[in-house]
Structures are given as C-alpha cells and as structure tokens.
Design a binder for this molecule. Structure first.
Ligand SMILES: Cc1cc2nc3c(=O)[nH]c(=O)nc-3n(C[C@H](O)[C@H](O)[C@H](O)COP(=O)(O)O)c2cc1C
Length: 259
C-alpha cells in the first residue's frame, strides 16, 4: 500500500482588511487577470485592479471560450463594497478615465492614484509588459498605473525616509512591489529587458520571472507569464510578511503611519 502523503500545512488566513493593487498592463496574458484576481480574493485580500488601456483592449478578446472582461466585471459586482460586511474582501476596477472623470473640485476630490497608493499594502503588476516595464524603469507616469507606482511608498530618498522610519518603523515606507513580466521571446531576450528589470530590482522590486513555453503569438521560448498560482502565492507571502512587520511594530507601541 502506498504511504499516505504528509498532510499539507494549513495556510493561515490573512489578517482582515489587507488589500492589493493589481496592475494589469498590455500583455496578451492580461486575459488571466480574472483568474489572478480570484486567487487573491480567495486568499482574503481586497483587490484594486488598475488596467492600462491596452490591457483593457486585450481583455475584450475571447479566451478559451470565455470573455475575460465580462468575467472581471462579474467579479467586481460579486465583490462590490458592502457596508453591512466591511471586512469582506472587495474588488474594484479602475481605468485611466477614472482618474479624470470624478475629479471636479481641487482640494476636495481625492486624487485616485494617490488614494490607490495609500490604501493598498502591496502593488502587484501582472502581467508586466515590455512598455510598462520600460516606463517603470524610467519613472514615467503617463497613465493611472504608472502614477500609482510613482506615488507608492518605497525606494524613497534616505534623508526623507529616515525620520519617518524612525517614528513609524521601516516597513511603513517599504511597501512591497512585485512584478511578473510577460512578453514575446525576442522582446524578453533583448538586452534592454534585463537592464530595466535590474533597475527595478535595485529599487527593491520583487520579480516572478516568466516561463518558457509556446506563446500566444506562436513563438516558443521564454516570456510566458508565470503560473497564476505561483504569482498569487508570491504576492500573498509578501503581503503577509509586511502585515506581520506592521503587527510587530504596533505591538511594540510604534505609532501607525497614516499617509
Ligand atoms: C495582441 C497583442 C498582444 C500583445 N502582447 C504583448 C505581450 O505579451 N507583452 C508585451 O510586452 N507587449 C505585448 N503587446 C504590445 C503592448 O500591448 C503594447 O506595447 C502597448 O503599448 C503596451 O501598453 P501599456 O504598457 O500601457 O499596457 C501586445 C499587443 C497586441 C496587439
């Protein structure tokens, strides 16, 4: 008789009220956004999905007989904020136009990219396409996703960050950023890709590398988005570690940073 497999260690639930900003950029792998968002919700995190316009366009394509944009909208409807259940994970969809359409009164209306940076504890960009990678490496912020990354609490000048970290703890100004690149094999192997990724790594950005397989464009090789489960597991591990640092700081009496 075959030996029984060892029971898998139970995964501890996430503390409540943690949230992830999920940036989706213009790789064909954007069609996996509903699957990735579902995995994050199942783990107990709220999700603010920020789509670039090319990602939104790619989500209109049919994928394995389903319509990914319709699937994302259904997830948003199912996980709409509910005042009666405030700790239930929510999912909200954001596009570039949302940054501008609701902004009417200076000094009163929230600035969406700043709010997204304030209220999320992890920024995950998956898929990260070549263009958004290049923009991130240069610090460009010509869309909602780029602006959110530029408003994120990370990679700050030491002289600016040090007094805040002394008061609120290092974790407060080091919110994790995780990216999962996905692109055509020849795009991936251009040297500029490695240069841009190295730039992000130097800033502390975590990377789930792509995998080799037959790509949607027909080429075979490196560049496909990593498995959704692997990306979700890496995201949840980073989110959990950050939450544990925050809890330890709070237990030690450190004031909570309220951006
Ligand atoms: C059908 C299609 C599939 C694409 N797939 C990818 C891809 O997997 N990776 C990538 O880097 N670019 C891909 N592109 C190109 C990007 O969508 C394009 O560079 C776009 O400007 C990215 O904009 P964004 O960074 O604002 O999302 C694809 C374009 C099309 C039309």
């Amino acid at each position: 008789m075959a030996a029984m497999p060892a029971p898998t260690a139970a995964v501890a639930p996430l503390p409540p009220n943690l949230s992830i900003c999920l940036g989706v950029s213009g790789s064909v792998a954007a069609v996996k956004a509903p699957e990735l968002a579902s995995a994050l919700l199942r783990a107990g995190a709220s999700v603010d999905v920020v789509l670039t316009e090319p990602a939104h366009a790619l989500l209109q394509a049919s994928y394995r007989g389903a319509q990914p944009w319709a699937a994302l909208e259904a997830l948003a409807a199912e996980h709409a904020p509910d005042g009666a259940r405030p700790s239930r994970p929510t999912l909200r969809l954001w596009r570039d136009r949302d940054e501008w359409d609701a902004y009417r009164t200076v000094g009163e209306d929230a600035v969406l990219h700043v709010e997204l940076a304030k209220r999320n504890q992890l920024l995950l960009i998956a898929p990260l396409c070549a263009n958004t990678l290049a923009a991130a490496a240069l610090g460009l912020c010509g869309n909602l996703l780029g602006s959110t990354l530029r408003a994120w609490y990370y990679d700050l000048e030491p002289a600016f960050a040090a007094p805040l970290q002394a008061k609120f703890g290092a974790h407060a100004l080091e919110r994790p950023v995780l990216v999962a690149p996905a692109m055509n094999t020849f795009m991936w192997h251009q040297r500029v890709t490695a240069e841009h990724l190295e730039t992000l790594r130097r800033r502390g950005v975590h990377v789930v590398p792509p995998v080799a397989k037959r790509l949607a464009c027909g080429d075979t090789g490196m560049g496909a988005l990593a498995a959704v489960d692997d990306i979700a597991a890496a995201a949840i591990a980073l989110l959990r570690a950050h939450a544990e640092q925050a809890a330890a700081a709070a237990a030690a009496g450190t004031p909570v940073f309220q951006p």
